[in-house]
Write a protein that binds this ligand. Structure first.
Ligand SMILES: [Mn+2]
Length: 266
């Protein structure tokens, strides 16, 4: 097709919160995106497949298969594909440290940028309890923080084994927090603090479906957003620049153009 955009090759690509297996997933948009965007390393930053929904009701159209096939093909063609599961694809956490179809499954990983800066790559649900009880934890100190992380893990394993739905941080935030901005800020601060605690230069995460790229908490915070509402991704250029890509709605004639690419302030 003459009007199809030029393929774009990046050093790294970060995607999260695709929620394959749900009706909300914008699989066709993601397929268009993956036809254009390619990278040496592709990070799947959790909630790619929605296991919680699949349990209740099977929804798996061809386009969802195509997304998986497309990613596996990229792996076969030499891309390094790293999958850090989230709460909705938590079943993959039973396979941490293993490979399937050339895809590495890890809880979290450090991405080293072209400029040598190091980023913690993690879905982010691991800090739900920390986000909810930030005030208390700050008061009680490091032992409480560590304990909260442990509680978060066990609580979710219990809920999953009991066949309960995943407790949703964003639903809770809508109920409890007057404005969503406040909640987003709390999440961003918790993840920034964790990156600092681990001695790295920044964090790349997902989970809250809110793409962002800033240094508001004294450290680089990057969120990949989602492919349910916003259709966003993060890409690192070969010279180490990070871009937030907001993929456009398809035009009437089937041509898709990237709506915008924002660069981080130097
Ligand atoms: Mn999540």
């Amino acid at each position: 097709m003459s009007d199809s955009p030029e393929p774009r090759h990046y050093r790294a690509l970060f995607l999260s919160d695709v929620h394959l297996g749900t009706r909300g997933c914008q699989a066709d948009m993601l397929l268009d995106f993956l036809r254009v965007y390619d990278a040496e390393t592709i990070y799947l930053v959790g909630d790619i497949v929605d296991g919680w929904r699949l349990r209740r009701q099977w929804y798996w159209p061809q386009s969802h298969n195509d997304v998986i096939q497309k990613l596996l093909r990229k792996a076969r063609k030499g891309a390094r594909v790293i999958y850090t599961p989230g709460n909705h694809d938590e079943f993959l956490r039973d396979y941490l440290g293993t490979h399937f179809g050339g895809v590495e499954v890890v809880d979290s990983v450090i991405h080293e940028g072209a400029d040598g800066r190091r980023y913690l790559v993690i879905h982010g649900d691991q800090f739900d309890v920390v986000v909810r009880h930030a005030k208390w934890l700050a008061f009680l100190g490091d032992w409480a923080y560590t304990a909260a992380l442990g509680i978060n893990t066990w609580l979710n394993i219990f809920r999953r084994k009991a066949g309960l739905t995943y407790w949703s941080l964003s639903a809770w935030a809508k109920l409890k927090v007057k404005n969503a901005v406040n909640f987003i800020g709390k999440f961003e601060e918790a993840l920034s603090n964790e990156a600092r605690r681990r001695g790295v230069d920044g964090v790349v995460c997902g989970h809250i479906h809110h793409a962002a790229m800033h240094d508001r908490f004294g450290i680089r915070y990057i969120n990949t957003g989602d492919w349910v509402e916003s259709c966003t991704a993060i890409a690192e250029t070969h010279d180490g620049q990070f871009e937030l890509i907001r993929w456009a709605k398809p035009s009437g004639l089937g041509a898709v153009v990237p709506a915008s690419r924002e660069r981080a302030a130097a």
